[in-house]
Design a protein around this ligand. Sequence first.
Ligand code: 5GP
Length: 241
Amino acid sequence: MKYSSKHIGGKYLKLLYKGKAKNVYEIDEETVLIEFRDDITAMDGKKKSELKGKGELNAKISAKLFEVIEKRGIETHYIKFEEPNKIYAKKVEIVPVEVICRNIATGSLVRRYPFKDGTELKKPIVEFCLKSDEFHDPMINEDIAEALGIANGEELKKMKEITLKVNDVLKRFLIERGIILVDFKLEFGRFNNKLLVADEISPDTCRFWDAETREVMDKDRFRKDMGSVLEYYKEVARRVL
Ligand code: 5GP
């Protein structure tokens, strides 16, 4: 067996990409199988650990949230869930831009700008960042994205529009389940001349707070050594699934 392949469901699949928490295997020219691993990282990959069962929880939560937004007419790379920790997805060309959407000021926003931590924003803030651990995901604008040749102005505009729609849909879905969608990060992929929401939507990529207690239910528990990371991911899954 080659290092870059894996025996899954009776077949050897080629490993196309190994990220910090996911492996992407090739199914055919248009399809991939994404495996959510138990690895958890922070600080541009410098802080690392493994949480047994996290991959399964994130795959399930992501699958559900992709289904929720697809139902509301938002196109994503998601095809179907595969037990216990995988999803089939369209083979997209990932745009190396992280689109961040915020409803409450916290995290890097309050470290960089004079917002008071925990204040609700009158309208959502959308930021574009370059996906680059080496450069610590710096914020970019249309001119920088175009000059780097990674996306054009029209694509950024479309990504912002889709992100705000995802925010509306998920905010509503989650609050009904006692979860505040504080902020989140999306990635997009190009597929047949369209931009699809790609990657994952999970407690690794979103900030989720309990609506009653404002308890942190996401990766900030790992980033800030708050403990009980998996327990809170399980609680998110229990409420969302
Ligand atoms: P912040 O900029 O405050 O650190 O993050 C804003 C939101 O985007 C948070 O929900 C955070 O989880 C998500 N986010 C931003 N950058 C990254 C990243 O590089 N990886 C992951 N997994 N999430 C990110």
